[in-house]
Design a protein around this ligand. Structure first.
Ligand code: TRP
Length: 369
């Protein structure tokens, strides 16, 4: 028997809720085009090392696009999220610096976009406490992304689920609601977290506000974010060691792409389902060539995978050239530049977060003077 509420995968592998989020996102894009000032985006990254091509295509390019469209974009460098699923945080100051330099190199403009680190904004964390009271442990334990991360932490480091891993979706609600973000660009794996944020906002309103709701329920912006595969054919990720870092030089890029796995069919076609490796290369090339994967496949056709890799290398090297040049310029003065960006960002996030906390305490009746 099938139930109408269970997520039933469609033929293309997408659940009905994912498809609904896609439809909604398309509507939001139209509203952004009409009036970007209606939106405040809150998004973030765990600083676990320099960013790679997958980050760039998946999220970074999209943030720059939203910023340039006139949306107020706030990015949290989620240093307190690094400790959810690992014992070793690595060199956090260096990792935070790399991430922020990658942002700036990719086109994030710190005069328009706010970049701050979790640990620098105390009010945000104070919001987590009342928010935790608004969700049940059963709800937290149902989160499929948290479950997957817990299994991963267990198999990789024999680590059992920490309280923070279980509750970090609520922490993420605090990230978003502290600054009154109303739009969160996400991949499908983050949709359950956004649901938690919406639940927290809704229940807070129900419990503590009479007429006017205080928090808006933030919305997901499911951008068309392609999953970029590493040259071994698995999803590109730092922890898998199959990533091409944005800061890599031309030779490294060429060597990396030459080693990209393809398949045994000579004729190049764009068929993500049956030819994922070729499709990933086509998407990568199409992004930087400003064309579609289908059109790029047509221009290569019978010339085969060797030619495909040459073309992709050319356009990737060309496309990343300005980003890499900017990064080199910035890196000379990296510490100072990053320090200034984060200080400015923390100042603004603190003003926003303190304001929200003051309102929350007022609404909860925890102001005693
Ligand atoms: N969990 C996100 C990631 O691992 C990072 C993140 C932290 C985030 N806080 C957020 C994303 C708030 C969206 C909204 O990439």
């Amino acid at each position: 028997m099938t139930s109408t509420t269970a997520p039933v995968p469609e033929a293309d592998g997408e659940t009905a809720s994912v498809r609904a989020a896609r439809t909604r996102s398309a509507e939001i894009e139209q509203r952004i085009a009409r009036d970007p000032s209606m939106f405040r985006v809150l998004t973030g990254d765990r600083p676990t090392g320099a960013l790679h091509l997958g980050h760039y295509l998946g999220t970074l390019a999209n943030r720059v696009r939203l910023q340039d469209a006139g949306v107020d974009v706030i990015v949290v460098v989620a240093d307190y999220q690094v400790i959810t699923d690992r014992d070793e945080t690595g060199d956090l100051p260096a990792n935070v610096r790399e991430v922020v330099l990658d942002y700036l190199a990719a086109g994030i403009d710190p005069r328009r976009t706010t970049v701050f680190a979790h640990s620098a904004v105390a009010a945000l964390h104070q919001l987590m406490l009342p928010f935790l009271s608004l969700v049940t442990v059963a709800e937290l334990e149902r989160n499929p992304t948290v479950k997957a991360e817990s299994v991963d932490a267990a198999t990789r480091q024999g680590r059992s689920m920490s309280g923070l891993l279980l509750t970090y979706p609520v922490h993420q609600a605090a990230d978003i609601l502290a600054v009154h973000g109303n739009l969160v660009p996400v991949g499908t794996d983050q949709l359950p977290h956004l649901e938690t944020s919406r639940t927290v906002a809704r229940r807070f309103n129900q419990r503590y506000t009479a007429a006017q709701p205080y928090f808006a329920e933030p919305e997901a912006l499911l951008a068309d974010m392609p999953t970029v595969l590493g040259n071994d054919g698995a999803k590109m990720s730092t922890s898998r060691g199959n990533a091409l870092e944005l800061r890599a030089d031309e030779d490294e890029t060429a060597v990396y792409l030459r080693r990209a796995r393809t398949d045994s069919h000579r004729h190049i076609t764009f068929e993500p389902g049956s030819r994922p490796e070729v499709a990933s290369l086509l998407r990568l090339g199409a992004h930087f060539a400003g064309t579609t994967p289908e059109a790029l496949a047509d221009t290569i056709g019978a010339d085969g995978a060797g030619r495909l890799k040459e073309v992709v290398t050319e356009v990737v090297v060309e496309g990343l050239r300005p980003i890499r040049a900017r990064r080199r310029d910035l890196a000379a003065d990296g510490r100072a530049v990053v320090g200034e960006v984060l200080a400015r960002g923390a100042a603004r996030a603190t003003v926003l977060g303190e304001g929200t906390l003051a309102d929350v305490r007022e609404l909860m009746g925890t102001v005693y003077s």
